[in-house]
Design a protein around this ligand. Structure first.
Ligand code: FAD
Length: 472
């Protein structure tokens, strides 16, 4: 059994190591050079939405189901309570969070982490960048970099043939079955292809096509995302694969556009206000804990002119213990002793900014400020309101950071089943074709945070085991 894996992030490496351990002959095709490989995975800290090594977080399924698609047709949803084999082609190919896939995700999360542990990785409940949290997160020690390096070593040991600086271009089909892969360095014949080559966050043309013209204001959150140009998704759609995941959307994270470090996130905005280039507030900066709400606030920033907002705080930010852990930019804030002066420095109309902050300050109520939990200290009679940590911004020095939306990864991908087999538009598996990680779309609306690395590991491994005929 010869398996070609495309991509060397968590999905591709989990697939390659699993397939090689199961006795398959594995060729791994990777666009980047060695040492630069690993895509997004190389740069992530890889938070995992788990409550222990063996169990997913308590809100895992509920969050996915609350963000399962658009307004899915209830007559089709009803079919999905039946056994999967009884679903109609419409249900099997529906663009939605497939409950059968979700149950496989939950079932295999723990065992997959235990398997990763055996490759040499360690996991712990380490500190995160979130000052306030709603859910539980486990981390691999050393983050995604350790995952890429450890699994690359394990793959080499298991005999995986790495082909770096080789770009996958097209699938080779014979009698409806995938029998090979065309690459920038020639064609490779095989029994199965596992597409684990990311989304299309590194492809401006696909971003404009699917996410929209404003995508010009987005950029990958770290260098690795630039390698993901969507070929895996395109080549499968071209042979009739069904789409899944929200093609018009992506995982949004607030970053400082001036910074070139990986993931220069700004998670401190709940302690100040956000104003657009016109100097006006446009959203509730603090609907709840930052881990649960940063994505939706960032989407509002993306909607502003040029996709940019300024986070404005006063000296009160220093009342937040260790606020620096939520501010990962290497760029200093713009500082001034007065709001008037600050407005001049950031190019926002001073009269509007002063009025915005004055109106905001007047709407702040009395109450106990508690930076480490959603304290309910809210504005009164203000639109948009601020629901927590609302204190007047009045003590200099005033500080401002620019914030844009980063594109962590795109949501649009391929419809796959619980074994990561790619399904066609009639909901039937395309023989010899699998998809894992970002290439397999499962997210809609608000991202179920800290599940993308886990998705890659779980479905990369499932794809390999199925391709090699091993029961999971
Ligand atoms: C800074 C940062 C922080 C993040 N934080 C988290 C987090 O805490 N928790 C979480 O769950 N997720 C997080 N994410 C998202 C998560 O890291 C990724 O979605 C996940 O790692 C993707 O894994 P993957 O294997 O699908 O793709 P990738 O890791 O991106 O790997 C894809 C690989 O395919 C290669 N490739 C692409 N196209 C081709 C082609 N045509 N031919 C050959 N090779 C190709 C790329 O070079 C790359 O090596 C974060 C991402 C980043 C960047």
């Amino acid at each position: 059994m010869h398996i070609v894996v495309v991509g060397s992030g968590i999905a591709g490496l989990s697939a390659a190591v699993s397939a090689a351990q199961a006795g398959g002959r594995v060729t791994l095709v990777e666009r980047a050079s060695e040492g630069e490989h690993g895509g997004n995975t190389r740069y992530t800290e890889a938070y995992l939405r788990m409550k222990s090594m063996d169990e997913v977080a308590d809100d895992f399924v509920d969050h996915f189901m609350a963000n399962a698609g658009g307004y899915t047709d209830p007559s089709i949803v009803q079919e999905m309570v039946r056994a999967h084999d009884d679903w109609s082609p419409l249900a099997r190919s529906q663009s939605t969070v497939d409950p059968d896939v979700l149950s496989a995700f939950v079932e295999h999360a723990g065992p997959t982490l235990r398997w990763l542990e055996k490759t040499g990785l360690k996991f712990d409940f380490l500190p995160t960048a979130f000052i306030t949290t709603t859910t539980t997160r486990l981390l691999p020690v050393g983050g995604g970099w350790a995952m890429v390096e450890t699994l690359t070593g394990a793959a080499r040991e298991a005999g995986v043939d790495f082909r770096f600086e080789t770009t996958a271009r097209n699938l080779v089909i014979d009698a409806g079955r995938v029998v090979g892969l065309d690459t920038s360095r020639g064609s490779i014949a095989c029994d199965a292809v596992i597409l684990a080559c990311g989304g299309f966050e590194g492809n401006p043309e696909m971003l404009a096509q699917y996410v929209g013209a404003d995508a010009i204001n987005l950029r990958p959150v770290a260098r690795g995302g630039h390698y993901n140009k969507g070929e895996g998704i395109r080549m499968a759609l071209a042979i009739g694969a069904a789409p899944n995941g929200d093609f018009g959307s992506y995982h949004a994270e607030p970053i400082d556009p001036r910074s070139g470090v990986a993931e220069p996130a700004i998670f401190t905005f709940p302690y100040g206000v956000l104003v657009n280039k016109a100097g006006q507030r446009f959203t509730d900066e603090a609907p709840g804990t930052v881990d649960a709400h940063y994505e939706n606030v960032t989407r509002r920033i993306y909607e502003q002119r040029d996709g940019l907002a300024w986070m404005i705080v006063d000296a009160g930010l220093d009342d937040v213990p260790n606020w620096q852990k939520g501010s990962r930019t290497d760029q200093p804030p713009v500082e001034a002793e007065t709001l008037f002066e600050l407005a001049g420095k950031i190019g926002v109309p001073a009269d509007v900014l002063e009025e915005t902050i004055g109106t905001f300050n007047a709407a702040c109520g009395a109450g106990q400020f508690d930076p480490l939990r959603a304290d309910g200290l809210s504005t009164k009679g203000l639109m948009p309101s601020k629901s927590n940590w609302a204190r007047p911004i009045e003590r200099g020095p005033f500080r401002a950071w620019p914030v844009i939306s980063a594109n962590v990864f795109t949501f649009g991908g391929l419809k796959a089943d619980r074994h990561a087999r790619v399904l066609n538009q009639d909901g039937l598996p395309i023989a010899g074709l699998y998809a894992a990680g970002e290439t397999m779309g499962i997210y809609y609306r608000t991202y179920t945070g800290s599940t993308s690395v886990l998705r890659g590991a779980v479905f990369g491994r499932q794809a390999a085991l199925h391709a090699c005929g091993v029961a999971a």
